[in-house]
Design a protein around this ligand. Structure first.
Ligand code: AMP
Length: 249
C-alpha cells in the first residue's frame, strides 16, 4: 500500500509572524520557513507504517512555489521514498489543494493519505475533509492513534469530550493531531541519502486543475497590543486590586 503525505511549507513556528504593511497578508520575505508541524507528524506516521511492513512506499507531496522542494527534501531525509512538487506561484486555498491532491490520488492510487489537521499559517483545518469529500473516501480527523489491520484503519480521535474511536475502510483519509507521535530528526547520513531520492515536478495544468482562489482576503491585521502588566508590592495590595479593579473581560 502506498501512503501519500502532503507537506506544506509554512512560516516556522518559532518566528513571530508580522503582517505586511499594506494589510494584504503575512510577511514571508526573508522569514524562516519550515514544514508544517502537523505534517511532520504525518510523515513520521507513514514511515512507521512502512517500517511495520504495512506501507510499501511513502510519497511526500508539496504544492506551491519552487522552494517547497526544500520541504519535500526534509520529508525525504526523515525517510519518505520519493517526492512530488506541484509547482505554482498562484495563492493556493484548501479547495484548490484538495482538487490537486484528488488528481494525484487518482494517478498514484494510495491506500492512505495522511494530512495535518491544519496548517499553522492560515489555520484552515479544511483540506483533509475536502479531499475526503471529493474522493468519497472515509475520514478519520484529529487522529491521536492509528492502527491498521487488513483493509481497516482504526483511528482514535481527540474530540471535546475525550476520545472517539472510528473504523475506516481503506482507502481513507487521516489527519494528524499533536499526540499521534513524536517525529524523528533526520540524521546526517539520511540527509545525504535524501539528496539522491527523486522529486518529480509538475504543474497544476498537468493535473487538469485550475487553482484560482475562490475566497478574497479583504484585510489582515495584527491583534491589538496588550497593555503592560504592573507589579504589586504585597499580597494585601493584590487582593485589594482584585476586589476593586479586576474585571472579567
Ligand atoms: P489546512 O486545511 O490549510 O489547514 O491544511 C491541512 C493540511 O493539508 C496540511 O497540514 C497539509 O497536510 C495539507 N496541505 C494544505 N496546503 C498544502 C500545500 N500547499 N502543500 C501540501 N500540503 C498542503
Amino acid at each position: 500500500m502506498k501512503v501519500l503525505v502532503p507537506v506544506k511549507r509554512v512560516v516556522d513556528y518559532n518566528v513571530k509572524v508580522r503582517v505586511r504593511s499594506d494589510g494584504s497578508g503575512v510577511e514571508t520575505a526573508g522569514v524562516k520557513m519550515s514544514m508544517n508541524p502537523f505534517d511532520e507528524i504525518g510523515v513520521e506516521e507513514a514511515i512507521r507504517l512502512r517500517e511495520k511492513g504495512i506501507a510499501t512506499e511513502v510519497i511526500a507531496v508539496s504544492l506551491g512555489v519552487a522552494a517547497c522542494a526544500e520541504t519535500i527534501r526534509t520529508a525525504l531525509a526523515m525517510g519518505a521514498d520519493r517526492g512530488i512538487l506541484v509547482e505554482t506561484d498562484a495563492e493556493l486555498q484548501p479547495l484548490a489543494v484538495a482538487k490537486l491532491l484528488r488528481a494525484l490520488v487518482e494517478r498514484e492510487q494510495p491506500g492512505l493519505v495522511i494530512l495535518g489537521k491544519q496548517a499553522i499559517d492560515d489555520d484552515m483545518n479544511a483540506t483533509g475533509q475536502m479531499l475526503a469529500a471529493l474522493l468519497g473516501w472515509p475520514q478519520g480527523t484529529f487522529a491521536s492513534k492509528v492502527a491498521i489491520e487488513g483493509d481497516t484503519a482504526t483511528v482514535t480521535r481527540e474530540v471535546d469530550g475525550g476520545l472517539e474511536t472510528v473504523a475506516l475502510r481503506l482507502p481513507a483519509i487521516i489527519t494528524t493531531d499533536l499526540r499521534l507521535n513524536e517525529p524523528r530528526y533526520a540524521s546526517l547520513p539520511n540527509i545525504m541519502k535524501a539528496r539522491k531520492k527523486p522529486i518529480e515536478t509538475i504543474r497544476p495544468a498537468d493535473l487538469g486543475v485550475d487553482p484560482a482562489p475562490r475566497l478574497k482576503v479583504v484585510k489582515v491585521t495584527e491583534p491589538p497590543k496588550r497593555k503592560a502588566g504592573a507589579k504589586v508590592g504585597s499580597v494585601a495590595e493584590l487582593v485589594a486590586k482584585l476586589k476593586t479593579e479586576a474585571k472579567v473581560i
